[in-house]
Design a binder for this molecule. Sequence first.
Ligand code: ATP
Ligand code: MG
Ligand code: ZN
Length: 511
Amino acid sequence: MLAIGYCAAVRGIGAYVVRVEVVGIPTTDIGIHIVGLADRSIQESKERVNAAIRSSGFLFPTYKVVVNLAPADVRKEGAAFDVALALTILAMDQQLDAHRLRDVVAIGELALDGSVKPVGGVLPIAISLKQSSHRRLIVPARNLAEAALVDGLTLFPVHTLTQAVDVVLGRGQPGVSSNGKPEHFDARSQHFDEDLEDVKGQERARRAMEVAAAGGHNLLFIGPPGSGKTMLARRMPSIMPAMSCDEALEVTTLYSVSGLLRHSSRLLTERPFRAPHHTVSAIALAGGGSVPRPGEVSLAHHGVLFLDEMAEFSRGALEVLRQPLEDGAVTISRAGRAITYPANFMLLASLNPCPCGYHGDRLRGCSCSPIAIARYLSKISGPLLDRIDMHVDVPRMPYEDMSTRAKAEQSFRVRSRVEAARTLQRVRLGPTGTNAAMPAKSLREHCALDDRARPLLAAAVMKLHLSARAHDRILRVARTIADLAGARTIETAHLAEAIGYRSLDRSRGID
Ligand SMILES: Nc1ncnc2c1ncn2[C@@H]1O[C@H](COP(=O)(O)OP(=O)(O)OP(=O)(O)O)[C@@H](O)[C@H]1O
Ligand SMILES: [Mg+2]
Ligand SMILES: [Zn+2]
């Protein structure tokens, strides 16, 4: 007695089909035995499958049921196998016609009463099926909309194991969902609750945000408490260019494999904005765990990772940012396996200038010793600071600005300038190119300086003790400023503005 069924498993942000082989062995040792590299969560599914089969009105076989999951060399995690396991056991016991299982893949977690619960990773599973020979998928009803983001599959939404059996017997109805289909994708019509028009004054910081959004640059705000750093940062997504359909699918896939889509199942069209608390662990930030999950850096993919009060984060947490900031991806090693998750985000951070917060403030004195200030800033100095293209002072707002009734410029106006600058970058660097991610070898070609600008940069490198990386980052920011101005070449004014966004180098240079 042998029956074969199919389910699917997630690995990284991809997925693959898993073959479920079930044999019955007549012995008194009744129950399910899973062989192969099965994770503890699959061991737990034995109990659920057993109970669900009985409470759905079927019989549990009165002999030993041996289950093999293939390929055996890949570790499989999660509860998504329950439904396929139950169906294949029923087929092996001839309560179901075994050959009917051949052309259908089933995913879903079973509850003890036989109902089917939603699972994570449905989007990558649907994408992977499209590339395989399997075209029919039994999905938990609540995951239908997510699976329907991929066209070309026949989807059977089920609420219960009994309904899944009906599908296999040819009595199920394919489900349709038009929820958020990519064809109807239009991220441009987006509405943001938090708009830059609410922020008074702070012209310099607003301009820096525009430059950062236009070129994809990392940005650090430095200023005293209450100057509006957090308020500004939260409005960054409202001025970033709309996501393309491919970007939206990638972001949605990451949320799907993180189990964060279970209750919405929509295509995510807003750029992510992640603001982890400063107590976040290195693993939660980078990703990992016994069942690997994307971390905050990946949940911020194509969007913003905001580190509010950056100096409060642990050194270990800040350290893990270096690889994704350089590569746009993180690799997690776990039990000899390496999984790579995309992590191409804009780093946005805020910082008080010193422990008390008032160093350099016009009205309030700072009570910190120079040693305390140096220790405070040392945490984010060096390699990490080098990777932040722009540091900008956000001073206390003058009373005139605070009391003005005039509304500031709205985000959508800023965004239209940002979009125009991005278009120039795409023409120059290809469909996904940004100045921040421009390959070093293209710098010479696209960021050439004229005879007046070159000495200015040379002087800044000398005076601010800039590293080669910081030098290149200034050139990239200058390129973006020129793009916002619609200029073909980088002019002295563009370069001077870019150098001005290195305030931390400046304060260190004076020490
Ligand atoms: N430029 C501004 N325009 C309008 N309101 C502002 C501005 N700056 C600050 N505020 C008001 O002050 C509040 C505090 O600002 P915010 O939390 O952004 O300060 P912060 O710089 O992040 O301070 P901290 O360093 O203490 O975190 C805001 O919620 C807002 O009500
Ligand atoms: Mg704040
Ligand atoms: Zn101080």
